[in-house]
Design a protein around this ligand. Structure first.
Ligand code: AMP
Length: 456
């Protein structure tokens, strides 16, 4: 998972990109970067670390001058934290300079790469974004726009792309629309695109619309953006964006993420009620669903676990040992609220079971009489190949154990999940969501055994 942003035709474009990346920090904390173009040159600054760290020196923005800027936050994948993996990826090629930021995962990365290598290409990283740059550079077409189309016809999977030349910006969303990407507009002229609408709110852009699945938008100086339909849409937006990834204040497909999570929680209360005194969320990921669950049951809701905000997300550390300690660094229970009570604890998802094991233990140590774990999404049985960094199938606890077995393993009194049907109905329309983690339908290619890629 990653965040991308593109700004075109706006003064201080790199500053706007910076604020947008800051608003979307939750989508990736491994590395960040911005490239800016002033019509003559593209300049790039990227490094490992959070947005505020990489761009802490104000003078960086003097370097990143120009009215067009693109940026990227990279989500970490285990053991893979080289500076080389930071995006955007910049290159010089026959037509000049180019910079690319990508959110998604190309399922045919290895095949394409092998072919490129046979023809003499060299790579610096394992990232599929490098494939994109090579395919554009190697295309025989005369114009960049045609080279981009050439490249698009050779890649498969999930992708949202922002591609910058010295004067133009190209924005593309795959025909499945798996990852979100929205268009915003500035009051004084200029446009931006961002993975999430929360970025618009911070920089004062107005939401215009979502980029259509299979659409390319071309931004050039002094012109309104040109839209081209590259593919017939076959819309499958990722349900996990609503469940976990997106910020609660973002709007995807006209639906507010917080509101959707409340509905999932209410539905969970119908499907998997519990006789409890108190409903507590796993902060922050379970908050909205827990509120919905408590409302549904008519039971009090309390923030019974305190979160330390200065610890990164639990998945960032590669080894199991460090991951386990991190949950304890991050979360601590309010004994006063918990002691002697029957508790329902709500989280958005169960992946390896690390978080829930620690949390149940924590609640029991704080004196809970019963701990009923409820998960506001279905059982994750398949690895996602479309941009979410899920572990191998063997590591997914629901792939190998039933809910009853997991309840025993994590020492919960009971454990319940939202059903797939409940999820789809909570999302509330007839869109074919990407439910691959739950149903194993790899509609955009790849399968449960294919290698995960590191672009995200
Ligand atoms: P686990 O502890 O492995 O069962 O993971 C579940 C916890 O990780 C939940 O608290 C989720 O909010 C969070 N989570 C779910 N999916 C992801 C992901 N792809 N990356 C990081 N955290 C996640």
């Amino acid at each position: 998972m990653c965040a991308i942003v593109g700004v075109h035709g706006a003064k201080n474009a790199s500053k706007i990109a910076y604020y947008a990346l800051f608003a979307m920090q939750h989508r990736g904390q491994e590395s960040t970067g911005i490239s800016a173009a002033d019509g003559k040159k593209i300049r790039l600054v990227k490094d490992r670390g959070l947005v505020t760290k990489v761009f802490e020196d104000e003078s960086t923005f003097d370097l990143l001058s120009g009215d067009c800027a693109i940026g990227h936050n990279r989500y970490s994948t285990a053991g893979d934290d080289s500076i080389l993996d930071a995006q955007p990826v910049f290159a010089r090629y026959k037509l000049g300079e180019i910079s690319v930021a990508h959110n998604g995962n190309l399922v045919n990365k290895d095949v394409v790469r092998e072919r490129l290598i046979e023809r003499g290409a060299i790579f610096q990283t394992d990232m599929d974004t490098e494939n994109i740059v090579h395919l554009i550079a190697k295309s025989k077409e005369d114009k960049l726009v045609d080279r981009i189309k050439d490249m698009i016809n050779k890649i498969e999977g999930a992708y949202c792309l922002v591609i910058q030349s010295r004067s133009k910006m190209f924005v593309i969303r795959d025909r499945f629309g798996i990852r979100p990407l929205s268009l915003g507009k500035f009051k004084d002229g200029g446009y931006m695109v961002a993975s999430e609408t929360c970025a618009f709110d911070l920089v004062g852009a107005t939401f215009v619309r979502d980029i259509e699945p299979g659409e390319m938008l071309i931004f050039s100086e002094g012109n309104e953006p040109i839209s081209e339909k590259l593919f017939e849409p076959d819309y499958h937006p990722c349900a996990f964006e609503y469940i976990y990834f997106s910020r609660p204040d973002s709007i995807i497909d006209g639906k507010n993420v917080y509101e959707t999570r409340l509905i999932m929680g209410r539905r969970l209360a119908e499907e998997s009620p519990a006789d409890v005194d108190l409903v507590i969320p796993v902060p922050d990921s379970g908050v909205a669903a827990a509120k919905g669950y408590a409302d549904g049951l008519g039971v009090p809701f309390e923030m019974g676990i305190v979160r330390n905000h200065y610890v990164g997300r639990t998945f960032i550390e590669p080894t199991q040992n460090i991951r386990e300690q991190k949950v304890r660094l991050k979360l601590s229970p309010i004994r006063h609220l918990i002691e002697g009570k029957k508790i329902a604890i709500i989280d958005d998802s169960l992946v390896r079971g690390t978080t829930s094991t620690q949390i149940v233990k924590m609640l029991r140590e704080a004196g809970a009489k019963e701990v009923h774990m409820r998960i506001a999404s279905p059982e994750i049985k398949y690895p996602c190949r479309y941009g979410i960094d899920t572990p191998t199938q063997a590591e997914l606890i629901s792939a190998t154990s039933t809910a009853e077995e997991i309840a025993k393993k994590i020492d919960a009194t009971t454990l319940g999940f939202l059903s797939i049907e409940g999820l789809v109905e909570s999302l509330g329309d007839d869109i074919n969501y990407s439910l691959v983690s739950f149903d194993g339908n790899y509609f955009a290619g790849g399968d449960k055994d294919s290698t995960s890629c590191s672009s995200h």
